[in-house]
Each structure stands twice: as C-alpha cells, then as structure tokens.
Design a protein around this ligand. Structure first.
Ligand code: F6P
Length: 357
C-alpha cells in the first residue's frame, strides 16, 4: 500500500510541531509505503507550489526541536476565496498543487484559522487531516492542543522569576500572558505561579475590584502582588463596546498593551509601585515539554493510522486520556473560550484568587 502525503504547518508556531511531524512520518513509514512531501510555509507554499520531497532521515533528530522544520505563515481564512491584485485564485491554486503532486492526502498542523481552511479544502474534495496545535488551547473538540503545556511551563517560570523580585521590592507586578480571545494559558500559568489576580478575556474586570486585592496586600506583611493578565483581557466597560469601538478606544490611550495600562491604573489608584512584564513570543519558543512531546507524537501517530485507513475530513483530538478524531466540519471555526464553570476557574476562585469580577 502506497500513500503520498503532503504535510504543512500553518499559523503561529508552537513547541511540538516537529515532534508531531516526526510522529506522522515515523508511523507512516512503519505502517505503509509512504512518500512524504513537505509543503513550505503553510498554505502559502501550497498556493505557490513551494514544496520539498522529504527523505526519511529528515524526520530524525527533530523531536526536541522548537519551531517547525517546514516553516509557517499566516494566510487568513477570510481571504482564501478573495482574488488579490496578483489575480491568483488561492483555492484553485491549492487544489492544483495537490493534484500536480498526486497526493493521497494533506496533513495540516495548525490552530483555528488552519482548521477553517482545512475544512474548506475538505469540502473542495481534498483528503485532509488536521492536527490541533496552539499555545492558546482554544480549538474546540480537544481537551488540549499540543504546544499549550510547554507555554504554561514557560509562562509559569516567568511568573516564578517575577515573584522573587516582586517580593524583594514589595512591588505590584503585572505579567501579560499570550492569548487574545482565550485565557487558558493565563489561567493555568496564573494558578501554577500562585498569582494573586488572574484576568482573562472571558471575565471582564473591574479595576476597582482588582485594586482592592492589591491594596489589601500592600497593607499586609506580604506587600507585593502578582497579576497574571491575558493580552486580550478587557474591562467591564470595554466588554460592552463593539470590536471596532474598543479598538478605537484602546488606540486613544497612552498604553500599547493591557499590562502597562493596568500597572499605571493600580499605581494611581493604590499608590503602589507597579511594573509590567511582557514575555511575548518567548512563550512560543524553544523545546517542547515532555508532556507535549508525548501528545504531539500520539497525535502524529493517530494521523498516520487515519491515512492508512483512508479516513479523511477529520482532525485529531484528545478526549480524557484517549486520542480520537472529530469531523472537520464540526469543529472548524468553533471557538473554545474558558467556560465559567471550568474546574480550574472554580479552583482559583475557591482559593481566593481575584478574577477581576
Ligand atoms: O495563537 C497564538 C498566539 O501566540 C496568540 O496567543 C497571540 O495573540 C498571537 O499568536 C500572536 O501572533 P503573532 O505571532 O502573529 O504575533
């Protein structure tokens, strides 16, 4: 049995992409006569016909490597059917590359946007299998995406390191964690790092409520405060605005990110010395954690099994401790925000962490 497999990584990178690519390849070579074509730089490479026939040895030594050996790019789903100035019909171009390469299937590793395009290509008749990666953990239908736990470890280490300097100076430290629409990373790292306040995009905050905790701590024997704030956190007032209105409001403020704004507000309201910290893309860099190496490998191997069984139009997922798959049409474009009754939210509240509301 022979299968020609195209594989690409799309959207923001994360640790574990290479481990997942390796999982697909190793299991595919093990199970059947596999030929693997690496598509460069995500859907951009599929559109432009930028690819490379891979050899078995290229999948060796990449388990621990961060980033993606295939390169990646953001090719927004909303533009996929738009013909740009260069006149290229992107969907037709992707189908042509797939056909020219005589692929039996395409494996796409990515987040929400990647899955929407994967579903589009599946509807267009291509055999597609998705693998869910993102440090945001916001893909519907899977308990966890790969890349998430590594980012939690990194963000937790940032909080730990900030903790010691916050203690020395008795300062209020506002740490901005990645996650624009979903607060999973902030929630987990905030709890793991022992934050006093955790602000998520899903729970609009009242700055006066936040100030109460910071003030109470400032007057205690432990005068420092640690705030874990998602980059997409928003105040109660902002949550009532439409997206465009909110963007215009933020642009009118003298702060280029939420953590600077909150630090300045707390300095003003409470009179504490406050600092903001933005670890940014450090949270997406470097080697995957042991957990993510295992999960990525399991996801990759499951994808190879699906290819063997010619089971397409699906994306791999973790449910409980089982690796399963969901139909692309059921999960593509469905968000996964942190629910208010999530066990970790409940845990945080029960131990007195201020969630801003
Ligand atoms: O989706 C992953 C993510 O890191 C988000 O948490 C963040 O908002 C965004 O990507 C940053 O995107 P970029 O790498 O394009 O700056």
């Amino acid at each position: 049995m022979k299968r020609r497999i195209g594989i690409l990584t799309s959207g923001g990178d994360c640790p574990g992409l290479n481990a997942a690519i390796r999982g697909v390849a190793r299991a595919a070579y093990e199970m059947f006569d596999a030929e693997i074509i690496g598509i460069r730089n995500g859907y951009g490479g599929l559109i432009e016909g930028d690819y490379q026939e891979m050899r078995k040895k290229q999948f060796s030594g990449i388990l621990t490597l961060g980033g993606t050996i295939l390169g990646t790019s953001r090719t927004p789903f909303r533009n996929m059917r738009v013909i740009e100035e260069n006149g290229v019909d992107k969907v037709a171009a992707m189908k042509k590359t797939y056909k020219d390469l005589e692929l039996d299937c395409l494996v796409t590793l990515g987040g929400n946007g990647t899955h929407k395009t994967a579903n589009l290509l599946s509807e267009e008749g291509l055999n597609v299998i998705g693998l869910p990666k993102t440090i945001d953990n916001d893909i519907y239908g899977t308990d966890f995406t790969f890349g998430f736990h590594t980012a939690v470890d990194i963000a937790t280490e940032v909080i730990d390191r900030i903790h010691t300097t916050a203690t020395s100076h008795g300062r209020c430290m506002v740490i901005e964690i990645m996650g624009n629409k979903a607060g999973w990373l902030t929630l987990y790292s905030g709890v793991a790092g022992g934050a006093d306040v955790i602000l998520l995009p899903e729970i609009p905050y009242d700055i006066n409520r936040v100030a109460e905790t910071v003030e109470a701590r400032a007057n205690s024997k432990k005068p420092f405060s640690i705030l874990a704030v998602a980059e997409g956190a928003m105040s109660v007032e902002e949550s009532k605005m439409k997206k465009k209105e909110r963007e215009a409001y933020r642009a009118s403020l003298p702060y280029d990110c939420i953590s600077k704004r909150i630090a300045a507000q707390l300095q003003e309201l409470v009179g504490v010395e406050a600092r903001s910290v933005v670890p940014g893309h450090i949270q997406r860099g470097g080697s995957p954690s042991a957990y993510d190496r295992v999960l990525s490998t399991q996801f990759g191997v499951h994808a190879a099994q699906l290819i063997r069984d010619e089971h397409y139009g699906v994306t791999v997922a973790l449910k409980g401790n089982k690796i399963v798959h969901n139909d692309l049409k059921d999960i593509a474009g469905v968000p996964k925000p942190v629910p208010m009754d999530d066990p970790v939210v409940v845990t945080a509240r029960n131990m007195g962490i201020n969630m801003g509301d």
